[in-house]
Ligand binder design. Structure first.
Ligand SMILES: Nc1ncnc2c1ncn2[C@@H]1O[C@H](COP(=O)(O)OP(=O)(O)OP(=O)(O)O)[C@@H](O)[C@H]1O
Ligand SMILES: Nc1nc2c(ncn2[C@@H]2O[C@H](COP(=O)(O)O)[C@@H](O)[C@H]2O)c(=O)[nH]1
Length: 211
């Protein structure tokens, strides 16, 4: 009984659990995440990753990503500044310790949008997030979404589709994700995402905000 009491007390003191959103490129992670951050702006905070890819039109440095050179990224990795890092579709991506700490210091639920290599690497840390996979209804739909987004050249698109096939298989592995959401109709997928996070959302709402 005491053990249960202390374990609950410790988990309340430790703050809300982070959330890892993963899934193939084009499945709709950013779209769902933006809806969530808009509805719950004082509950969630985005872990801003570093990347060596070029910004897309409309993306903002420091908000969508920290856009850095390969040399700067590698130096940060060598210096132990990253919790995890990966190469995806020819570019480097990584979650810095500072990105997560910035969000957690505000007692917000930290959301990480990372690929499958990142998921595997995070599993080796003590971050203890809720793992959510966002999947497309089919490869055909995924390809259409990526093409319609008009952000990728043909080479990058093909690399992303290749990675998606692997991702879709791995996401079926027992224990890999706590929740798997098929993003067919956006509104339905969003309701499922919210439902899976209600417990953590309520925890944050009940805790006085810190600056
Ligand atoms: N349920 C949906 N129905 C139709 N289109 C959708 C749906 N969800 C997302 N989209 C569209 O699909 C495209 C890809 O979505 P989004 O950019 O959110 O994917 P992503 O998983 O974040 O990709 P990446 O990993 O490359 O950042 C976008 O143009 C978005 O508007
Ligand atoms: N392992 C990590 N993966 C990351 C990180 N930030 C983003 N990503 C993933 O990269 C792909 C491509 O993203 P895009 O913005 O170029 O379309 C996507 O699957 C993201 O989830 C990170 O820090 N680490």
């Amino acid at each position: 009984m005491y053990m249960r009491y202390f374990s609950r007390l410790f988990s309340a003191m430790a703050g809300p659990r982070p959330v890892v959103l993963s899934g193939p490129s084009g499945a709709g992670k950013s779209t769902l995440l933006k809806k969530l951050m808009k509805e719950y702006d004082s509950v969630f905070g985005f872990s801003v990753s570093h990347t060596t890819r070029k910004p897309r039109p409309g993306e903002v440095n420091g908000k969508d990503y920290h856009y850095v050179s390969r040399e700067a990224m590698q130096a940060g990795i060598d210096n132990g500044e990253f919790i995890e890092n990966a190469v995806f579709s020819g570019n480097m991506y990584g979650t810095s310790k500072a990105a997560v700490q910035d969000v957690q210091a505000k007692n917000l639920i930290c959301i990480l949008d990372i690929d499958m290599q990142g998921v595997r690497n995070i599993k080796g840390t003590d971050l203890n997030p809720i793992y959510i996979s966002i999947q497309p209804p089919s490869m055909h739909v995924l390809e259409k979404r990526l093409r319609d987004r008009k952000t990728e050249c043909e080479e990058s698109l093909q690399r992303r589709l290749q990675a998606a096939k692997v991702d879709m298989e791995l996401s079926k592995e027992e224990g890999m994700f706590d929740v798997v959401i098929i993003n067919n109709h956006l509104d339905d997928a969003y309701v499922q995402l919210k439902d899976s996070l209600l417990e953590e959302i309520n925890k944050v709402k009940q805790t006085p905000a810190s600056s």
